[in-house]
Write a new protein. Structure first.
Length: 228
């Protein structure tokens, strides 16, 4: 059986971190001690990883073996979740959850991202930019608890937040408020505008269609002009 490389271990730990973070958000009032790394890799998709990993322990505990193969950044951020689930590790994740719930989710930038995220085939570029805006809103004390990458990961993993209906008008509002975020997203913008125009015209009485088309043209010109 071939040995696991360090990158393979770090990738699964990253999966565990994201799953644990989502679990904490969904089960805020429940005990989290049952959500362990050992239980996490018992999932069928990690079968080969699990078997190979356990064959290489050589007397080490699973948690200690994995901890020793983390990057320094992972050790500092989530090491406590692996090393006997210390209160420090749990406390850090809880503090991060509080910052996301009480600060990040209440910002205009986050709400705008929710309106446009489902129009994007590749969310990473926009998530990267918005995570910087959100991070800058935090105090120095909060920045010591949560980093930019954690904010970005959260933005990329909020697919479980379901919107009742995509709002093209709200997406346009967000784009016009933050044009710099969309300067190299012409294809995305074009798709949103097409749907926006269709929506607007479908709500316009026939006798007012000509007038509305004219106003929409002016609106679209202004939007494209703001991206130049």
């Amino acid at each position: 059986m071939k040995e696991l490389d360090i990158k393979a271990i770090q990738k699964v730990v990253q999966d565990f971190e994201e799953a644990y973070f989502q679990y904490c958000r969904r089960n805020a009032n429940e005990a989290r001690d049952s959500f362990t790394f050992s239980n996490f890799i018992d999932q069928q998709q990690y079968k080969n990883f699990r078997e190979t990993l356990r064959s290489q322990l050589n007397g080490f505990s699973l948690e200690d073996f994995v901890f020793d193969h983390l990057s320094d950044e992972q050790k500092n951020r989530i090491g406590g979740l692996l090393r006997y689930r210390t209160s420090l590790g749990n406390l850090l994740v809880e503090k991060q959850s509080i910052i996301i719930d009480n600060i990040i989710r209440n910002t205009d930038e986050f709400k705008g991202y929710i309106e446009v995220k489902d129009f994007l085939e590749d969310r990473e570029r926009l998530a990267e930019r918005i995570s910087l805006l959100l991070y800058d809103k935090l105090s120095d004390k909060e920045k010591k608890i949560i980093d930019k990458n954690t904010v970005k990961k959260y933005l990329l993993n909020i697919g479980f937040i379901k919107m009742k209906r995509l709002s093209h008008a709200k997406a346009i509002d967000f784009i016009t408020h933050y044009p710099a975020l969309f300067r190299d997203e012409k294809e995305v913008l074009s798709g949103i505008l097409e749907r926006y125009v269709d929506d607007e015209l479908s709500k316009t009485p026939v006798k007012e269609t000509k007038k509305r088309i004219k106003s929409l043209r002016e609106e679209i010109k202004k939007i494209y002009g703001s991206l130049e």
